[in-house]
Ligand binder design. Structure first.
Ligand SMILES: [Zn+2]
Length: 155
């Protein structure tokens, strides 16, 4: 059984805890990383996309259903090495809304072949990138992320 802590010891521990948390906040700020927890969420209510930071620079993208955050089912999840990569992937999963995932121009429906968040021109680029590397359809997210990272390297 735990012994009761004396008041001075308790006070000392609390002061140390505050100092450590302040130090942690400063380190995270210097490193440019978020504390653990939700850092991004999409708009689609039927298939909500969320990004959760681990507090050490990495993050997980999840597609959740039902009653997030109380009682929910995880449909798919992927860990990413950086928060930025996770947010970029989340926007792909959340696709369809907002501007083109690659060139950032507004998507106009009925104007050629938009492809799940890509304008016709970028859809062709992603398609060509995937064909050249003989990538399966399931590698589309990765292809988009690669093209986002190195827009000029891949023609
Ligand atoms: Zn585009």
């Amino acid at each position: 059984m735990k012994r009761r802590m004396s008041n001075p010891v308790r006070k000392h521990y609390l002061a140390e805890l505050r100092a450590l948390e302040s130090r942690i906040r400063k380190l995270r700020k210097a490193l440019g990383i978020s504390p653990p927890g939700l850092i991004w969420s999409g708009n689609a209510p039927d298939a909500l996309i969320i990004v959760t930071a681990d507090g050490y620079g990495a993050a997980t993208v999840q597609q959740v259903e039902d009653n997030y955050p109380v009682d929910y089912t995880i449909r798919r999840a992927q860990k990413c090495r950086t928060e930025a990569e996770a947010c970029a992937l989340a926007e792909i999963w959340d696709g369809g809304e907002g501007p083109c995932l690659l060139c950032n121009r507004e998507l106009i429906s009925g104007n050629g072949d938009n492809w799940d968040g890509l304008c016709p021109g970028c859809a062709d680029r992603v398609n060509a990138y995937m064909n050249k590397r003989k990538l399966a359809d399931s590698a589309r997210d990765k292809a988009i992320l690669q093209l986002q990272k190195h827009p000029q390297n891949h023609k």
